[in-house]
Design a protein around this ligand. Structure first.
Ligand SMILES: [Zn+2]
Length: 133
């Protein structure tokens, strides 16, 4: 991946994980680029299909492109950071991330964003006002 593309993805992310909004500077682990539509599903390495995310989100997302909304049981596409607006889909309740839509709830589940250890880490960062809720 060329450096200009990587730089643009980082700029678009605003220095935060495109999924859980973890600030890059507060995470000891390196952030990674994610193909929103994985290459194995035909996703291209272009700005419109790339996200910048924390290791936790990237590890759980893997090549997934869809999930099941725990409320409705519907199979839906995962959140697309380049095509969808984060704040229309997600809302904080302290360190818990709430899904306002089927897409958001499925994404939170597949990416394990409310995993207890991950939430405890986020709660610490929020207490230190490093992580905006
Ligand atoms: Zn994340």
């Amino acid at each position: 991946m060329n450096r200009d593309l990587l730089k643009r993805i980082r700029e678009l992310s605003g220095g935060r994980c495109d999924y859980c909004r973890m600030p890059r500077h507060s995470d000891p682990l390196p952030f990674q680029t994610d193909h929103v539509i994985a290459r194995q599903h035909g996703g291209d390495t272009v700005l419109e299909n790339l996200a910048w995310c924390c290791l936790h989100c990237n590890k759980y997302k893997g090549p997934n492109i869809a999930g099941i909304d725990p409320q409705s049981g519907d199979v839906v596409r995962l959140f697309h950071p380049r095509k969808q607006n984060w704040s229309r889909h997600f809302q904080w309740n302290g360190p818990t991330l709430l899904g306002l839509t089927k897409v958001a709830r499925a994404t939170i589940r597949v990416l394990a964003i409310n995993d207890p250890d991950f939430m405890a880490f986020r709660a610490e960062l929020m207490e230190e006002a490093i992580y905006e809720s």
